[in-house]
Design a protein around this ligand. Structure first.
Ligand SMILES: NC(=O)c1ccc[n+]([C@@H]2O[C@H](COP(=O)([O-])OP(=O)(O)OC[C@H]3O[C@@H](n4cnc5c(N)ncnc54)[C@H](O)[C@@H]3O)[C@@H](O)[C@H]2O)c1
Length: 381
């Protein structure tokens, strides 16, 4: 295999493992000479999911036990996309095997699980560890980043970050591991969806200081695979209202919405930043565009700027065309490889210190819900 590849193993060949395989085989799409991730090894306990990887021409090693995979010296890096209760053990083992890791959200089932991963990182500071989060790589969102960094917004009035699904509105939808406490954890929808709402503000330095929470368990039962109704214990919807601050010292509300029951939404991501000089909003329902308005003190008119396909890592697609979900994943994996190889990385993947903050915010939200009060993030170590 050429030196222009990074030799990857994938642990968890489900929905997201396959997305990575697809991105790795679409590397020609990127301009420049960024080394291509070649998935030489795949691991899954489910044989059918593992066998899917036989379609990947790079994959020559197949494992049912990831411990065996980690002994393979050819593997340089791992993408792990497994259920949340396995994150701490699997990520820790990957890092201790000296393999670079791009893991998945929520990066540990809870704060204690994250601390376990942190211990492995402390023992292996030479290993690059990042968490998957693709939506900030949309060019329209990058436009927002550019405007924010330029100071265009002025004093921040308010910011809102949301991701909303509706497939759970179908009460006949069978329960899966993402809807069980044992595999998905106490965070419920916040564990699944939280990082999608946090990557952008955390990276911009918009930090929640205190958290109030409204968490709802709307569907308390769901059918299992045999059609028998079983308890569905996880939170379906979460709205967090936070006191926020930024590097300029502005004080403003930040709202995070993570919803599995949002009528009409598919995987709708919404990022909105309102400032005294300038405001901007993005929705994945209109993925190529960003809406913005300038304040002249009297009236404000919203404009829609079509950004098109001009991502951080240039691609062969003309700038006039559309950008989509699989493009954002390609960009995210490009960012991981660029960082790994010490190459310029205009926007980096979600970092462990951001994952730690994410856990503190989500833990604060659980306490806020339980105790009906606003919880300072500083209360959570
Ligand atoms: N970035 C995103 O947009 C996004 C989207 C969906 C899910 N995710 C995250 O990806 C992760 C996986 O979610 P998914 O939707 O791909 O789930 P999935 O259920 O489709 O896939 C998980 C896979 O892990 C396998 N697995 C379970 N235990 C294993 C073990 N011990 N060793 C090896 N494989 C094992 C399962 O058999 C399954 O194939 C989660 O952390 C989830 O939050 C991220």
């Amino acid at each position: 295999m050429s030196e222009q590849t990074v030799r990857f193993g994938v642990i968890g060949c489900g929905l997201m493992g396959r997305e990575f395989a697809s991105a790795s085989l679409r590397w020609l799409h990127l301009q420049g000479n960024l080394p291509r991730p070649a998935i030489i090894a795949a691991c899954d306990t489910n044989q059918a999911n593992l066998d899917w990887f036989r379609r990947d021409p790079d994959t020559k090693y197949f494992y049912n036990d990831y411990h065996e995979m980690l002994q393979n010296p050819e593997i340089e890096a791992v993408y792990a996309a497994v259920p949340h209760h396995l994150h701490a053990k699997v990520y820790g083992d990957v890092i201790r095997a000296g393999k670079h890791l791009i893991g998945e959200k929520p990066f540990g089932l809870d704060r204690e699980a994250f601390a376990e991963i942190q211990r492995a990182m402390d023992e292996h500071p030479d290993v690059l560890v990042r968490c998957s989060s693709e939506f900030p790589f949309y060019p329209a969102v990058q436009k927002m980043v550019e405007w924010y960094k330029s100071g265009a917004f002025g004093q921040i009035i308010e910011a809102k970050f949301a991701i909303k699904h509706s497939s759970d509105m179908d009460l006949k939808k069978p329960i899966n591991w993402k809807r069980t406490l044992s595999a998905n954890g106490e965070y419920g929808c916040m564990g699944d969806l939280g990082i999608h709402t946090q990557h952008l503000p955390f990276r911009l330095g918009m930090l929640p200081v205190s958290v109030s929470a409204r968490l709802s368990n709307i569907a308390k039962q769901r059918p299992n695979q045999d059609g028998v109704l079983v308890p569905c214990e996880t939170w379906d919807n979460a709205t967090l209202l936070c006191d926020g601050t930024n590097a300029a010292g502005d004080e403003f509300p930040i709202t995070f919405e993570m919803k599995r029951m949002a009528p009409g939404c598919t995987n709708t991501v919404e990022y909105e930043i309102y400032g005294m000089n300038f405001s901007a909003k993005f929705t994945s329902d209109d993925p190529n565009a960003i809406h913005f308005t300038k304040n002249d003190g009297q009236e404000q008119a919203w404009s829609r700027l079509v950004v098109g396909s001009k991502p951080a890592f240039p691609v062969i697609t003309g700038g006039i065309f559309e950008f989509g979900f699989s493009d954002s994943l390609l960009q995210m994996f490009a960012a991981f490889v660029a960082e790994l190889k010490g190459l310029p990385c205009p926007f980096a993947c979600f970092k462990p210190e951001e994952a730690q903050l994410s856990h503190r915010v989500l833990t604060a939200a659980l306490i806020a819900q339980k105790e009906h009060r606003s919880v300072a993030v500083s209360e959570i170590e």
